[in-house]
Design a binder for this molecule. Structure first.
Ligand SMILES: Nc1nc2c(ncn2[C@@H]2O[C@H](COP(=O)(O)OP(=O)(O)OP(=O)(O)O)[C@@H](O)[C@H]2O)c(=O)[nH]1
Length: 335
């Protein structure tokens, strides 16, 4: 996965404007050991697995896929859970379901919110049905079901497991949850989530595709918190976010930050946000008579606040894959 400056210039003619720089960083370096190791362990655990639940962020139902899963885990019955539905604009829900089926052959899709447990009760019956209608290699004699939960980082895999336990066992957390990607670092031992049928889940570390297919996809993943922010750059992400919100006519940020109107310029927006939130910083400036301290808007802090407001849903629900649903493929990155 590489999001380089050259790749960015490749999107000049694409859906979003040119001129954004991704710090020239090789984001591929953030494929830490635990991901490679995790994927290997997931493959070796497959013999004891009856079904795979793939979890994606509902805001990126198409670009949030990791093609490696299809190859590595593809032979098992597959349920797709589109989580964080509370943050997603699902006006085009039918189109999403249709494209998942036509493009990836995914016929079993459930939208969930693991914070409120919405629709989570549909998961175990769907899993039971899938396993019931499949051949359980090596495991035909076992009465319990073993299900692997897979997905890219930070989509809510652990939250789903905890939510299932709340729903079916009235029990609390069994696995750690966190707002940053990379909280789960190894395939866990079996966690019981239901009594009847007897279902155990394996939590797994979030695994990213080794190569992100386009810069725009990388930015979408970053906005959804699946890449560490500092690898992409918060101001770059804020720039893409502002562009997307304006393009989708999601203008909640205007009211949220008490602005006079919409804003096309990210620098201008971040300056207004910084001033409004009192986020300034002192920098030393060299003058003819020596150093003086100058107070400047803290753009980085303002960008962080903007991203945080978006991620917590305060700017309204969004469908970041709207372009793909409408048939506009992203420009490819260099290999
Ligand atoms: N709004 C919203 N937030 C959610 C939902 N599900 C999970 N979250 C939040 O998303 C963040 C990531 O959740 P986790 O369950 O740790 O995600 P994970 O996929 O296990 O993460 P990794 O361990 O990084 O692979 C946490 O801050 C959760 O509280 C949801 O349905 N809606």
């Amino acid at each position: 996965m590489r999001l380089s400056a050259r790749a960015l210039s490749g999107v000049t003619g694409a859906a979003w404007r040119a001129g954004v720089a991704l710090r020239g960083q090789d984001v591929a370096r953030w494929f830490p050991g635990h991901m490679a190791k995790g994927l290997k362990k997931m493959q070796s655990s497959l013999t004891r697995v009856d079904c795979v639940i793939e979890v994606r962020d509902a805001r990126i139902p198409l670009s949030g896929r990791n093609p490696v899963f299809q190859e590595a885990l593809g032979l098992k019955p597959h349920l797709l859970v589109l989580n964080k539905m509370d943050l997603a604009d699902l006006t085009e829900r039918q189109k999403i379901v249709q494209q998942l089926e036509e493009g990836e052959g995914l016929r079993n899709v459930i939208f969930t919110n693991c914070m409120t447990d919405e629709n989570v009760r549909q998961v175990i019956p769907a899993v039971s049905q899938l396993i019931g209608s499949s051949h359980r290699y090596h495991r035909g004699e076992n009465v319990d079901y073993c299900v692997m939960v897979a997905g890219i980082p930070n989509v809510g895999k652990s939250s789903l497991i905890n939510s299932l336990r709340r729903q079916h066992l009235r029990k609390g957390k069994a696995t750690r949850v966190g707002g940053e990607p990379g909280i789960t670092r190894a395939v866990t031992s079996r966690i019981q989530v239901s009594e009847r049928p007897l279902v155990f889940l394996l939590d797994t570390p979030g695994v990213l595709a080794p190569r992100i297919e386009s810069v725009e996809t990388g930015l979408k993943l970053a906005l959804c918190g699946t890449l560490l922010d500092h690898l992409v750059g918060e101001e770059t992400m804020a720039d893409y976010l502002l562009h997307t919100l304006n393009e989708h006519r999601l203008l909640g940020y205007v009211q949220h930050y008490g602005l006079g109107g919409t804003c096309q310029d990210t620098g201008h927006l971040l300056k207004s946000v910084a001033v409004r939130l009192g986020k300034t910083r002192k920098v030393k400036a060299l003058t003819g008579t020596g150093d003086v301290n100058v107070v400047q808007p803290n753009y980085a802090a303002a960008a962080r606040d903007f991203l945080q407001a978006f991620r917590s849903g305060q700017l309204g629900p969004v469908m970041l894959d709207r372009d793909l649903l409408r048939g506009h493929p992203p420009a490819e990155t260099e290999p």
